[in-house]
Design a protein around this ligand. Sequence first.
Ligand SMILES: Nc1ncnc2c1ncn2[C@@H]1O[C@H](COP(=O)(O)OP(=O)(O)OP(=O)(O)O)[C@@H](O)[C@H]1O
Ligand SMILES: [Mg+2]
Length: 264
Amino acid sequence: MTSGLGFPTIEARCGPLERLGGGAHSRVYAAGDYVVKVYRNFLGWHELEASNMRRAGLGRWVVDTLEADGAQVLIMRRFPGRPVTAAQLPAALPQVRTFLAGLHAARSGEVDLARVRERMRRFRTALSGSGLDDLFEAVEEPLRRGQLAARAAYCHLDLWSDNVLVSDEGEVLVIDWTRAALDDPIRDLSLFKTGTLDLLPPSASVETVLGMLPDEPNARVRLRAYLAHTYLHDLYWFLMREPYEFDAQRAMKVPRARHALETL
Ligand SMILES: Nc1ncnc2c1ncn2[C@@H]1O[C@H](COP(=O)(O)OP(=O)(O)OP(=O)(O)O)[C@@H](O)[C@H]1O
Ligand SMILES: [Mg+2]
């Protein structure tokens, strides 16, 4: 039996596929004990994601990578959980904290600040006139002062709630490793704040991320800067995409951003 989705080879191996999700770059299916992530862009992202998962210590979740049925495919073990909700977040936090602290523990080289400057130029060009000067200053001033210099760590870089799965037993698995790279671990924490902790009320969200900060130079200034950077990045993303949600997102995100900047 196949699902008729056009994956005879994959289904012969894994069983009938059932659509789970998938964004701009992939389709994700469940098949019995497996999850199958199908890339049609032929950029080798199935191998990239598998090797990133291994590097993050999650190699036991990788079953195989292959090319079949006109696609590049990553087969993973299926985790019995769903994207974390606001109600589950407090109980899941200790595990997420331990996982991220482990991920970020080893340092390698310096953070590439030229890339931060380049992104800020891009955001400035697109978002000038949007009344966001305080957010820009929160990144650009510490950049000018050299306060964002830091040792790089291996980071996930897409820690929004859809990518943090929680089971009924309270186990946590961080998925979706295509963007992982060396960067400032505090940028990863900022992405976790804006993408996941912001399910919580504003003060709880800021207090929680503050509690996750490593004890190292300029940690608080870097957090303030990368939070502003991440909110700007999100707004830039919504400005560039269809359907047009920029105004609604700005109304939601800018007060969150300002609350964080004032607290820090
Ligand atoms: N190993 C897994 N176990 C259980 N569910 C999973 C697993 N991997 C992915 N999922 C489910 O599939 C959804 C989509 O997976 P994933 O986040 O990897 O891709 P995506 O973000 O949708 O795709 P893209 O990277 O193209 O944007 C997840 O939110 C999750 O619900
Ligand atoms: Mg995802």
